[in-house]
Design a protein around this ligand. Structure first.
Ligand SMILES: Nc1ncnc2c1ncn2[C@@H]1O[C@H](COP(=O)(O)OP(=O)(O)OP(=O)(O)O)[C@@H](O)[C@H]1O
Length: 285
C-alpha cells in the first residue's frame, strides 16, 4: 500500500527543475461545464457550470448537492461516458477524451449477472482480463472473504439479500484493483441498518486498499462517515459551493460516528449549506 502524497516536487532544491512535476491529483475538474442538448430545437439544459476541483491520489471524496445539480454527471465525465462541453477533466494527468480504462463504477443497481453465482460474478472481470487461473482463485477468495460472502459463494443473485448483492457488486468492481472508484449512491436503496453495515464494510476496505474514491450521496451523514472531504454542489447548474475537509480521525466506526462532537458540528455546517441551496429552488430538475 502506497503512502498518501500531499505534495509533489523535489525537496529543498532552488535549481531549475527539468522533469515535469509529478501529478499529485488523481482527478482534476478544470472549469468544467456541461450543456445537454437532447434534441434539436429543445431547450438546452446547463447541468454544470465551470466546476473546478481536484481529487488527490487515494482521497475519499464525497459529492453532495440538491437533486439535479449534476452529481452523477460528474462521475460520468470522469469515466468518459459523457464529454464535457467546456473546460477539461483529467485523470492521472491525462485529458479524458473517451472511455477511461480501469475505472471502477458502482451504481445503485447491483448489475450482477443473474445466471452466474457469486464466485462467477466476482471472477468475471478477471476472466475478461485473462488473469491466470491461480491468481483468479486467490483474488476471488480474498474478496469473497472481505465482503463476508464465504457462505454464499455458490448462490445466485436472486438468492441474496439487497445488502449481499451490493457486497458482491463491490467485490466484483474492486477485484481487478482499479485505482479510481466511482460510486453513485451505492447504498441509496438499502434500509438504515444494512446501509450502516455496508458503510462499515466500505470503511474496512478503504483502510486496507486505499483507492481514490468519488462517492455521490444525498445523505450528509454518509458523506461525513466515509469521506476525507465533502464537495458541496450548488443547485443546477452545478458549481462547487464548498469543499469541506472532514476532521474525523480514522479508523472510523460507522455505527457510532454520529455520537462524536466533530460529526455533529460538521453535519450542522453542511446541512446549513445544503438547506440554503434547496431553499433557493434546488429541487427542480
Ligand atoms: N442525457 C441527458 N440529457 C439531457 N439532460 C440530462 C441528461 N443527463 C442528465 N441530464 C440533466 O442534467 C442535470 C443533472 O443530472 P444528474 O443526474 O447529473 O443530477 P444529480 O445531481 O445526479 O441528480 P440526482 O441527485 O437527482 O440523482 C439534470 O437536470 C438532468 O435532468
Amino acid at each position: 500500500m502506497q503512502s498518501h502524497h500531499e505534495g509533489p516536487g523535489p525537496e529543498g532544491s532552488a535549481t531549475t527543475v527539468k522533469d515535469p512535476a509529478p501529478v499529485d491529483h488523481a482527478v482534476r475538474f478544470d472549469k468544467v461545464s456541461l450543456m445537454f442538448r437532447s434534441r434539436r430545437n429543445s431547450t438546452p439544459v446547463e447541468a454544470l457550470h465551470e466546476v473546478t476541483f481536484d481529487v488527490r491520489e487515494r482521497e475519499f471524496c464525497a459529492i453532495v448537492g440538491p437533486s439535479g445539480c449534476g452529481k452523477s454527471t460528474l462521475l460520468n465525465l470522469v469515466a468518459g461516458l459523457t464529454p464535457a462541453t467546456g473546460g477539461q477533466v483529467t485523470v492521472h494527468g491525462r485529458p479524458v477524451t473517451g472511455l477511461v480504462p480501469d475505472i471502477g463504477y458502482v451504481t445503485q443497481d447491483s448489475n450482477l449477472l443473474p445466471w452466474l453465482t457469486v464466485d462467477e460474478n466476482i471472477r468475471l472481470p478477471l476472466q475478461i482480463r485473462r488473469t491466470p487461473a491461480e491468481e483468479q482463485d486467490r483474488l476471488v477468495d480474498q474478496w469473497i472473504t472481505l465482503v463476508g460472502l464465504d457462505q454464499f459463494r455458490t448462490s445466485y443473485p436472486h438468492q441474496l439479500s439487497g445488502g449481499m448483492q451490493k457486497r458482491c457488486s463491490i467485490a466484483r468492481t474492486l477485484v481487478y484493483d482499479p485505482p479510481i472508484l466511482l460510486m453513485d449512491e451505492p447504498f441509496g436503496a438499502l434500509d438504515a441498518m444494512t446501509k450502516a453495515v455496508m458503510q462499515g464494510t466500505l470503511l474496512d476496505i478503504w483502510d486496507q486498499h486505499q483507492k481514490t474514491v468519488l462517492f455521490v450521496t444525498h445523505d450528509l451523514s454518509e458523506a461525513l462517515t466515509l469521506a476525507d472531504r465533502v464537495i458541496v454542489m450548488s443547485r443546477r447548474p452545478g458549481r462547487v459551493k464548498a469543499a469541506e475537509p472532514v476532521g474525523i480521525p480514522r479508523p472510523r466506526d460507522a455505527f457510532h460516528i454520529s455520537e462524536l462532537r466533530e460529526f455533529a458540528e460538521q453535519h450542522r455546517v453542511l446541512w446549513d449549506m445544503f438547506a440554503a441551496e434547496i431553499s433557493m429552488g434546488g429541487l427542480s430538475k
